[in-house]
Design a protein around this ligand. Sequence first.
Ligand code: ATP
Length: 731
Amino acid sequence: MTTEPIYDPDDPRNDPDLVEAAVVDLTAERARRAGRDPADDVDPVDDADPDEDQESYDDTPPADGGPVDRTDTPEVPHSARRVERRPILAEWARSWRGWKAAARHTAGNAGYAVAYHAVRTPKYAAKTAYYAPVGLFTGIGRAFHWATAEEGNWTLRQSAANRGDAETWLKLDARRQRQASWRWWVLAASGAGTAAGSVVLAFEPVWWRLLATGILVPVLARTGRPDDKRITDRVTDGGRYRKLTAELVRRALTSLQMPAINGPVAKDPKAISFPHDIHRDGPGHLAIVDLPYGVEATEVCARRGKLASALRLPLDQVWPEPAPGHTGRLALWVGYEPASQMRQPVWPLMRDAKVDVFHPFPLFTNPRMDVLTAELMFRNWLIGGQPGSGKTFTLRGLVLAAALDPRTEIRGYELKGVGDFKVLEPLLAEYGNGFDDETIAACAGFIDWLYEECQRRSKRIAHYAALGKAPENKVTPELASLKGSGLHPLIAWIDEIQELFTHPKFGKAAGEKLEKVIKLGRALGVILLLGTQIPDANSLPPGITRNVNTRVCHSVADQTANDMVLGTSMYRRGFRATVFKPVDEAGWGIVAGLGKTEARRSFYADTNDAAKIVARAVAMRVKAGTLPDPDTQTRDTAPAFDLLGDLARIWPAGDKSAWNETLCAQLGQLRPEVYGGWESAQLTAALKPHPAVKVIDVGRRIEGKAVTRRGISRTDLDAAIADRNRRGGSD
Ligand SMILES: Nc1ncnc2c1ncn2[C@@H]1O[C@H](COP(=O)(O)OP(=O)(O)OP(=O)(O)O)[C@@H](O)[C@H]1O
């Protein structure tokens, strides 16, 4: 019989509100659902260590979650894996540069060792003379000792003797005697050979005896010297160069105290890894380093000083830079010697070289002493640095290179007034030197002229573009070489340009004009080269710094100057020209805009070298007919055109004579900026300087009627051109 529970309305369990609000013991409830006795579930607090109180906290790190993706794919068959092959020849042995550097380095070390020992020769000779007789007797003693064969089984014989084992001892001694018997013969033969050799030598020429003595005496001295007394001194080169090893690099990088490096390396030293072996590269070693995840190579470059300290090397021996691949890959090159002590090769332009401004030419070397090139066409240069940093020499180097292309027209001002560019004067179509108001005014006038020249050139380019001769609306090598095109390369240089920009009267306007010139002139063959000392907003308008595309920052004092020359945040990115010492490291700078941004040194050409280049450039220009007339340094403000040449170009095919008006219409199409709107009378006037071309009446039959108008004959035109060519094309 089952007893039904009796409904009791006073029982709280039967109160629906209270049932809904009841607090459920979850442990008991879960146990009930799982069919367990809740009493079996132990309260964790009861189970706790009695030493632990309720506030104890388990700080064991949580276990790692399972990998989201599989980290490896071992199933990839071996044949399908990309195997990175090691090069058959080491990196350095695969280039001529590497061989040369290795040979130079080895020869340098050998030369050093030879010189080191050479100065110690008397000491070595004395030691040799002392130890050689000792060696003679020691050697004879050792030979006899060897012949007796006492050494071979002496220990065994002695132990047999100690044991009183006569039989064993006799056996061992018999063996010794057998060995000794042939050794005595060898010794006797050697003695006889030596005696015979000595007799022979006594009758041979003296140099044989000297040679024998030269070989024998050092051998005897080596035999006679005690083990701990060397005859030659050790060539200690510690500190000169320590080979770069992975351990050294790792230690150096962790010495930078960058948490993003030190943290991961503390857990796993392989957080810094080397995708390639550290190898010789030019006159030094190169380590390609993969930094720990999240660290950028530029962060390390910015700490070059600390890195050099960690490697215990001078600053200019340690050259970190970002390596291609990813932003965390660092290329750390460490030279055998500090760059300041390495000899720069001779500037190739000092030899019999020509320059084509449309092509790169050598201007710098890098810390590895590789020759690096620069370009002029379609570029504007800004060269900055404090006094003595070498900016004038770099600027002069560029102008000298440009001078070796006879097509270039070179004009410039040095506003310091010392005459660093005086040597170039015979080549310059315009030259000013000084910081007086007059020179500054002339320089400002030059900038105005440059702007107008840009406008003239842009019309010429438009004209040639219409003829299909300037496909990208840019000066082409053909147009630059075409006489009378007015589009030859124009090099406009100004050194110490801050003198102009800070001038109260001319500064502001000159800055604004020059900014326009920079923007316009690049495609038009106008190449600006600017040198400045104190780059701040007043001495170098930001509009100019923004628009130059090639920059050289020689030694500067601070970050502001650095970034004014190289561009915003370059200092932060690790490109710091503050590391170079003025004067001591003159010529070194950070070069941006010519491929990789990196430290380079300009070639050094002193005034004598410059004079030699100028002499060659003058000869080239005389030959090409482009040497400026020293007495007429004028600025050509007329649009460039060659009337006779243009007439020949548009002459109606097959006609013996032509009307002026027909010719004017054709000329207008050829060069609208020059001949646009010309009428017959204007052509007549323009032909006045060419008396060979006579303007005459030319008759034509138009619709059956005879019409006569003013015109010229082809014969006259050809005669005038021939006459001009005979005179060297001077008009
Ligand atoms: N590339 C170079 N290699 C070696 N020495 C150099 C180099 N360039 C310049 N120098 C040396 O540094 C000195 C100063 O160079 P430069 O006159 O070009 O400096 P600067 O920055 O123009 O200084 P300042 O403003 O005082 O004229 C030169 O007399 C020269 O001896």
